[in-house]
Design a protein. Structure first.
Length: 350
């Protein structure tokens, strides 16, 4: 067994905690964070695509009973600096799907950040992996959690769940290559468009989003589905799903990413999305459209000052016909947005 952690050893593993935490759960002798059932709690927002990534891995790996979750309310968000930030409901019925903080009875998420670092100066974001034994944050970086949760708790899992990996060795080079442009131009690209302060910034951002979608459409077709790299569910599917399941619902109207829609212009991506939602356990269960829609429309006063949440799109995903299975990707039509600016950027993606 690893030695009992001390404040000094914990601090050594929290390098960079002025802005974020980068700890890893491990059985390593020098790690203060050993894998133990019930020791850790994952704080998330169902609205947040980055928290969605971490929660999806948690569910896909069968960590539901090992790492409980607590969900913040989707609004209000706070001021431009992020203060006071995400809130916990006072009761479980205050906002369906959101949870009171069971550890400290906190009203705001920032209270946890200050418990971990009283001098913290960053934003109060989700996800947060909290260690109840050392009473601190282990990690609040979604990309790191998405990777670490795949292996950190394997000693506690069944052989079947321990063997699950979204980062198989033979596909790692391809995953890293695609993840680069996906993160830059799609996952964060929608935010660059949505939060643009000038027409010039918006005009520069939106074509890049659709260039990435065009590239993804062709990649799914080329590999034959049902996943982005073919027969293997990987981190790429997690990264893309968390953004694309929000695309027609929020990003088209709220972030003005309206050169096209997934359901009408990207048949390969649409089939891929429906297959994940309906046929792969964990995707539908971690997706909450009320939290998603109300977060964006009721948290961004500069974009939507009256905080009105649109009824559409209709039909919403819950009323889609169920997933179409694994066939038809390589034979089906390839869609995309043919705007010249989009096509020029698409050629640059590799």
């Amino acid at each position: 067994m690893p030695p009992k952690p001390t404040p000094t050893t914990v601090a050594q593993h929290l390098a960079g905690s002025a802005q974020s935490w980068h700890g890893t759960v491990s059985n390593s002798l020098d790690s203060p964070f050993a894998p133990e059932a019930g020791r850790y709690r994952l704080y998330i927002g169902l609205f947040c695509p980055f928290a969605h990534r971490a929660n999806l891995v948690r569910v896909l790996k069968g960590l539901d009973s090992i790492i409980p979750i607590t969900t913040v309310k989707p609004y209000p968000k706070g001021d431009d600096t992020g203060y006071p930030g995400w809130q916990f409901p006072s009761t479980s019925s205050e906002y369906p799907g959101a949870d009171p903080d069971p550890l400290f009875g906190s009203k705001y998420l920032y209270e946890l950040y200050f418990k971990a670092d009283s001098e913290y100066k960053g934003r109060y974001s989700v996800p947060v992996l909290w260690d109840t034994q050392t009473s601190t944050i282990v990690n609040n970086e979604s990309a790191e959690l998405m990777r670490d949760l795949q292996t950190s708790f394997n000693p506690l899992l069944s052989p079947e769940n321990a063997a699950i990996t979204l980062y198989p060795e033979h596909l790692r080079e391809e995953i890293e290559k695609i993840a680069g442009w996906m993160q830059k131009d799609l996952n964060t690209g929608v935010y660059k468009a949505g939060f643009a302060k000038t027409q010039e910034a918006y005009d520069a951002a939106v074509p890049r989003v659709f260039a990435a979608l065009n590239k993804l459409e062709k990649t799914i077709h080329q590999n034959g589905g049902p996943y982005i790299l073919g027969k293997h569910l990987t981190e790429l599917d997690i990264r893309a799903y968390a953004t694309i399941v929000r695309f027609d619902t929020v990003y088209v109207q709220h972030f003005k990413c309206n050169l096209g829609t997934i359901r009408h212009d990207y048949p390969q991506i649409n089939r891929w999305l429906k297959n994940l939602y309906w046929n792969v356990p964990g995707f539908k269960e971690t997706t909450d459209f009320k939290h998603i829609k109300e977060n964006y429309t009721k948290s961004h006063g500069d974009i939507n000052p009256r905080a009105i949440t649109p009824m559409g799109p209709y039909p919403d995903v819950e009323e889609w016909s169920e997933g179409e299975g694994e066939k038809g990707f390589s034979e089906g039509k390839i869609g995309g947005v043919k705007m010249p600016a989009v096509l020029d950027i698409e050629k640059q993606l590799d």
